[in-house]
Design a protein around this ligand. Structure first.
Ligand code: DP6
Length: 324
């Protein structure tokens, strides 16, 4: 048996979205992206290798599970590290609500750190980011805390995340509105593949995403909250417009998602500056300033129960929480 390592990684929400792969197996994205790592949602994963195991065993929240993505990731890890044994993997998602926001970002960032250490490898953050990328694109960014940029690169060696601002000393929060905890109808992987293959607007997306990223970095540096929110919201809507223009077209929005978007727009016309972003599912994340949290929660309260509203702030990068 190898020693057991446990790592904790937090999820991240993209302000400039990753949507499309250049290389499916290596997970090289079509565009660079930028995210904020959050404090409230994280995954703890412990790993040890055991020569008596006939296959990897993956337990999620204390239940034996099977995940093709985890199996594939462990295969990649063994190739990289030379480890030949199978692993016992224990993962726990910490999501302070009825779930629905557990993400592959925190999962593969935590697994990359715990599994590489258990295999005897001490990787620097860049290599760890490249390794996490092989599990899920968004995991590339969860290696770091705060604002993180995933530089698309062009191959395995050049596609990794870099911290943009690790310690976010800024009055900024996200309110996650949990609309559905159900499995997404169309996985992000399938959704983005269809969009790249069929949306007539895909080349325009790549161009606009690069412009949005540059503008976003400037706005963060200037601490221009309204600019950050506007760019993030518009970038998200452009991503969802790709889905609406794919063949066959699809959408992640549910009626309640639109309801939240309208509440946010109404707040804004009343001088409460807040903005929304959505990923490959119906949940809405509202970007806001701390002084407005209570007003926004009050506006949502008639339609959404308290346990569906989770307020999160900037969170830290991946770390070991237990080692031999
Ligand atoms: C909409 O990282 O889940 O959240 O690389 O196929 O695992 P795979 O996709 P995933 O996609 C995330 C897409 C997104 C935008 C983002 O996080 O940048």
């Amino acid at each position: 048996q190898s020693p057991k390592y446990t790592a904790r990684a937090h999820t991240n929400i993209a302000l400039i979205k990753y949507w499309g792969k250049l290389d499916q197996d290596l997970i090289i994205p079509m565009n660079s992206s930028l995210s904020l790592t959050l404090d409230k949602f994280y995954t703890d994963t412990s790993v040890f290798f055991d020569s008596t195991l006939k296959q990897d065993i993956f337990r999620l929240n204390n239940k034996e599970s099977s995940s093709l993505k985890v199996t594939h990731f462990m295969k990649v890890l063994r190739e990289k590290t030379g480890e030949t044994r199978f692993a016992m993997i224990n993962s726990e998602n910490h999501v302070p609500s009825a779930a629905g926001l557990a993400s592959s970002a925190s999962a593969f960032a935590a697994l990359a750190l715990a599994a590489s250490r258990a295999a005897g490898l001490v990787l620097d953050s860049r290599s760890l980011s490249r390794l996490a990328r092989r599990g899920s694109g968004s995991a590339t960014r969860s290696i770091y805390g705060g604002f993180v940029e995933w530089q698309q690169g062009s191959d395995d060696a050049t596609s990794y995340a870099v911290p943009f601002e690790e310690n976010v000393a800024w009055d900024l929060s996200m309110i996650a509105v949990v609309i559905s905890a159900k499995q997404k109808k169309i996985s992000s992987s399938v959704g983005m593949q269809r969009v790249v293959a069929t949306s007539p607007y895909y080349s325009a997306w790549r161009k606009t995403a690069a412009q949005d990223l540059a503008a976003m970095k400037k706005a963060i540096k200037k601490r221009d909250f309204r600019q950050v929110g506007t760019i993030a919201e518009e970038n998200a809507m452009k991503m969802h417009a790709l889905n609406a223009s794919a063949h066959p077209h699809f959408s992640y929005f549910e009626p309640a998602s639109l309801q939240v978007m309208k509440i946010v727009a109404d707040l804004r016309s009343n001088g409460i500056f807040c903005y929304y972003t959505l990923d490959a599912g119906p949940n809405v994340k509202i970007i806001c300033q701390n002084k407005d949290i209570q007003t926004i929660l009050a506006a949502l309260a008639p339609s959404f129960s308290q346990e569906r509203l989770v307020v999160a702030g900037p969170g830290p990068g991946v770390k070991l929480i237990d080692k031999p």
